[in-house]
Design a protein around this ligand. Structure first.
Ligand SMILES: C[S@@+](CC[C@H](N)C(=O)[O-])C[C@H]1O[C@@H](n2cnc3c(N)ncnc32)[C@H](O)[C@@H]1O
Length: 340
């Protein structure tokens, strides 16, 4: 059986060897796995008997996997269903934390899970809730204003035909609620059933998934709040899968690891704002052999930094990506309508 077919049944943690060699779990300590999933990284870390893992996942389905691993690694795995932006509220033994890991995105089993409705082939109500959400893609498509839909599609999907697609959605939803299959049809019609390598609906579906799960705010506050609980000397490692995520992570590490000039007339000074030591400026990418075994790893990028200073001031980071957070916050109107 070839490895790609095998992937349907198995979960391959992306860049596992590269990540493990960076966080050095051989030396013993506590590790935080913010995206537990199938527990691939946690399991590898726990192979060293002196390691502990605090793990988080927003998807309730991870709980069963965590319960099983807890029996295998008694008293060394703690697991909580939560979103990683809330890491500051989670009870974690801060002593001896060596590293925190984010393996962003979703596993193949989640993408194929019909109850999550991430697939273009799913029939029925749109969903895309990955856990702990306030609203679904059904509410977004059937209620968000035309202008807001355009912003979501353009910014989170980089979809060139955002305006035309949003316009057609508004016309069609006057007749009846738009279901998954209707949305795929609308996009196909606007794109005139163009056949390309990438499915016509990919960009719109990505933008909706980001919006429904507030993936941008999750990432930004996940990075800030995890930084706050880490001792200096520990590592933050992040694996991204799409360009918006990578832009955010790249800025976070690069911006806070550069010496800043206080005046252009003065020589460079060691800046107190320097928060990270970066061993590598460029991201680590999967090897050709990993990509051939697991083609979906091809867009993965691993970046990491070692915390060297403390701060509570992330204003520059927040300002840089304020426009993205504001688009996600367009949802506030929605959940007021459905939740309150
Ligand atoms: C790519 S999978 C991780 C796979 C994992 N490294 C493994 O080896 O099994 C990403 C996981 O992160 C979870 N996730 C995504 N966004 C999250 C968030 N904001 N908070 C908590 N978990 C999140 C998803 O539910 C998914 O299980």
């Amino acid at each position: 059986m070839n490895a790609t077919i095998n992937l349907e049944k198995e979960h391959f943690p992306v860049l596992l060897d590269e990540l493990i060699s960076i966080i050095s779990p051989l030396y013993g300590g506590s590790f935080i796995d913010c995206t537990f999933g199938h527990g691939g990284y946690s399991k590898k870390i726990l192979e060293n008997k002196s390691n502990k893992v605090f793990a988080i996942d927003r998807d309730l389905k991870s709980l069963k996997i965590a319960e099983k691993l807890k029996k295998q690694f008694i008293n060394r795995l703690n697991f909580e269903i939560n979103t990683f932006s809330k890491i500051g509220n989670i009870k974690i033994e801060k002593k001896n934390i060596k590293a925190i890991i984010f393996d962003l995105g979703y596993s193949l089993s989640q993408i194929k899970d019909p109850t999550k409705g991430l697939s273009f082939n799913h029939k029925g109500k749109l969903n895309m809730k990955m856990g702990l959400n306030n609203y679904s893609a059904h509410e977004v498509i059937n209620n968000l204003s035309e202008d807001s839909l355009i912003k979501v599609f353009k910014t989170f999907g980089e979809e060139k035909m955002s305006k035309k697609i949003a316009k057609k959605i508004i016309i069609e939803r006057e007749k009846k609620n738009i279901l998954n299959e209707d949305l795929v049809k609308i996009i196909d019609e606007v794109k005139k059933f163009r056949k390309t390598k990438v499915h016509n609906s990919t960009k719109i579906f990505q933008s909706l998934r980001i919006f429904v799960n507030k993936e941008i705010s999750e990432l930004i506050y996940g990075l800030i709040n995890s930084f706050k609980i880490l001792p200096t000397g520990s590592i933050i490692a992040v694996i991204t899968f799409h360009s918006i995520e990578d832009k955010i992570v790249k800025f976070f590490f690069r911006h806070y690891s550069e010496d800043k000039k206080t005046s252009r007339y003065l020589p460079d000074q060691k800046s107190p704002n320097k928060l990270f030591k970066l061993i590598k400026k460029k991201p680590i990418l999967p090897s050709l052999s990993e990509i051939s075994k697991n083609p979906s790893s091809r867009s993965a990028k691993l970046r990491y930094g070692i915390k060297i200073n403390n701060t509570n001031n992330f204003e520059e980071f927040l300002n840089k990506f304020k426009y993205l957070i504001e688009i996600e916050n367009l949802s506030k109107k929605l959940w007021k309508k459905f939740i309150l």
